[in-house]
Write a protein that binds this ligand. Structure first.
Ligand SMILES: Nc1nc2c(c(=O)[nH]1)N[C@H]1C(S)=C(S)[C@@H](COP(=O)(O)OP(=O)(O)OC[C@H]3O[C@@H](n4cnc5c(N)ncnc54)[C@H](O)[C@@H]3O)O[C@H]1N2
Ligand code: MOO
Length: 401
């Protein structure tokens, strides 16, 4: 199967999952499946926009009380000639016509006395006297966002700002596209998971990159299981009812996809009655990769054992289907190539590159067994079979948090 056909088929295989209502923080990076509406107006009541005095009528004003944000509101109606000392965000008393910031007020003598009052300020005025501008520094109820206003449409991406907005509108949860749940199965008797590998052993380089890749695409790694070589453990891990094998789940099997004596994935999938959707892709690196659907509805992605081959295969099959479910597919990006690449007559090549003003620069170090090139790159250039010198498509790579 061609690389482009495999990628498109993977995206189509994701299927539609039911929208999920999740706590705000879990919604980050996901798409809304329903419009976001204001459950409360913003501000919720008329409030002061400045620290100072809420006033009615003309000055000087007799200070008849004080109100803080979160404190009890002023119980009375403010009458002409009265002021209430007020904090930003505190409810403006009924009858208040404006708020005068402290810096725009002066202590005033009681009317008729001719001298400023001693002790605590009980009278205030504007420096030039007169009335305050009606409505000044009072934020009216619903002035920023009216109650029931639709502030974002279905399909909007939940960003950090959206979380803050949703909270201010009274939401505790959001209805979003579901995350696919990805279970990682790392196979290989030679694979070790910590420390220096002894001769003949190799450190697992695939398990460590999958969670970040899956999260970035909009999915979630639910767990990692380490399996010895052999069909039995793999069969048990993919059997009907095993964790991570139901509809909406993806099991990623690392390192059992080729044709060697320890490469059991194909046989296990056949034994389980799985539908093989992709069996090998015309791409370098990463041609021994697989996509299958288990009878219970879960998907299985088989990645080759060579780490860069696994990385390229994950971007071919796993990322597109996770993105499709999450609704996070990016736009298509193309670029000139600013450096030579090897072109294959029949296979697509995925070449690690760094974007630059001159085009995408191949970074080298791209052997299937090493992630060095992928670690230096910010994209993979897609070089089609027989390509000759035009623009290439770029697949974006995650750059970390
Ligand atoms: N007769 C054939 N042999 C091979 C073919 C083929 O088409 N015909 N394809 C080659 C290619 S290309 C690749 S890629 C590999 C894929 O092999 P598997 O997916 O079966 O993986 P393994 O054989 O288990 O391992 C290959 C290689 O990768 C190392 N490995 C395995 N898992 C990990 C891991 N988690 N982290 C780091 N390295 C890992 C393993 O030790 C091997 O060195 O098959 C070729 N052979
Ligand atoms: O898929 Mo294998 O691509 O070359 O190492």
């Amino acid at each position: 199967m061609s690389w482009a056909a495999a990628r498109a088929l993977a995206a189509r295989s994701a299927g539609r999952l039911e929208p999920a209502r999740v706590p705000l923080q879990d919604a980050l990076g996901r798409r809304l499946t329903a419009p976001l509406t204001a459950l409360v107006p913003v501000p919720g009541v008329d409030v002061a926009a400045m620290d100072g005095y809420a006033v009615a009528g003309r000055g000087p004003w007799l200070v008849v009380g004080g109100v803080l944000a979160g404190g009890a509101p002023y119980a009375d109606v403010l009458r002409a000639g009265e002021a209430v000392e007020i904090a930003t965000g505190a409810p403006a008393p009924a009858g208040a016509e404006a708020v005068l910031p402290y810096e725009h007020t002066v202590a005033a003598p009681p009317p008729g006395s001719g001298e400023a009052g001693r002790g605590p300020v009980t009278w205030v005025d504007r420096p030039g006297g007169g009335a305050a501008e009606t409505g000044r520094h009072i934020r009216r109820r619903g002035e920023d966002i009216a109650e029931d206003a639709v502030v974002l449409g279905a399909g909007a991406m939940v960003t950090p700002a959206v979380l803050g907005l949703a909270a201010s509108l009274g939401h505790d949860t959001l209805l979003v596209r579901p995350r696919m749940r990805v279970t990682v199965l790392v196979t290989g008797d030679e694979v070790v998971h910590e420390g220096l590998p002894a001769p003949g052993r190799v450190r697992d380089a695939i398990g460590p990159f999958l969670p970040g890749l899956v999260e970035w695409a909009g999915g979630r790694v639910a767990g990692e299981t380490r399996l010895p070589d052999g069909p039995g453990p793999l069969r048990a891990a993919l059997a009907e009812g095993a964790p991570g094998t139901g509809a909406g789940d993806v099991a990623v099997v690392c390192g059992a996809s080729s044709k060697g004596p320890a490469d059991h994935l194909r046989g296990v999938l056949a034994g389980l009655g799985a539908e093989l959707l992709v069996d090998g892709v015309a791409v370098r690196p990463g041609h021994p990769q697989m996509l299958a659907r288990l009878p219970g509805g879960g998907l299985v992605v088989g990645l080759p054992g060579n780490p860069f081959a696994a990385f390229a295969a994950a971007l071919t099959l796993l990322v597109p289907l996770v993105r499709e479910a999450a609704g996070t597919a990016p736009g298509r990006e193309t670029s000139a190539l600013a450096g030579p690449v090897r072109v294959h007559p029949r296979d697509t090549r995925l070449v690690p590159v760094r974007r630059s003003g001159r085009g995408a620069v191949p970074v080298g170090h791209d052997r299937p067994g090493s992630l060095w090139g992928a670690a230096l790159a910010d994209a993979l250039a897609v070089v089609p079979p027989g390509w000759s010198g035009e623009q290439v498509e770029l697949i974006e790579l995650p750059l970390g948090g």
